[in-house]
Design a protein around this ligand. Sequence first.
Ligand SMILES: O=C(O)C(=O)C[C@]1(C(=O)O)C=C[C@@H](O)C=C1
Length: 139
Amino acid sequence: MTTRDIDENVRAELNRLRESIDNIDAAVVHMLAERFKCTQQVGHLKAQHHLPPADPDRESRQIERLRQLAESAKLDPAFAEKLLNFIIAEVIRHHETIAASPADSPQTDRIAPKTAPNAAASTATNTAASTDPKASPDA
Ligand SMILES: O=C(O)C(=O)C[C@]1(C(=O)O)C=C[C@@H](O)C=C1
């Protein structure tokens, strides 16, 4: 085996490992995107019901659970805790932005409408009736 063969073997192994790393990174991004989709909904729910953005008791339970999961997965629990805290800090920032947004009044509730579900539809129909002669029974 020549030095060049060794280099090629090392290069091939490095490439194989990097392909796996790229797949894992893509999975992490997709999983984080799904998590943020959920937390955005939580943010709207909290804002609409005047709940505080942060819930320290829930966070303590999450951290405890994640540390245990990390230990059994042979991942440094301190790293798992830091990562979760980093993500949660960003979520709380989003929640605060949502709470400060006037778009999140109960009238524009996207999760649990407080107004009659047909109210918007009937307004749209009335508008159509007043502008479209075919929509009017008198036309
Ligand atoms: O569960 C909630 O209440 C959330 O807002 C979600 C979340 C999280 O990202 O997991 C974020 C902020 C809270 O302090 C606790 C947990």
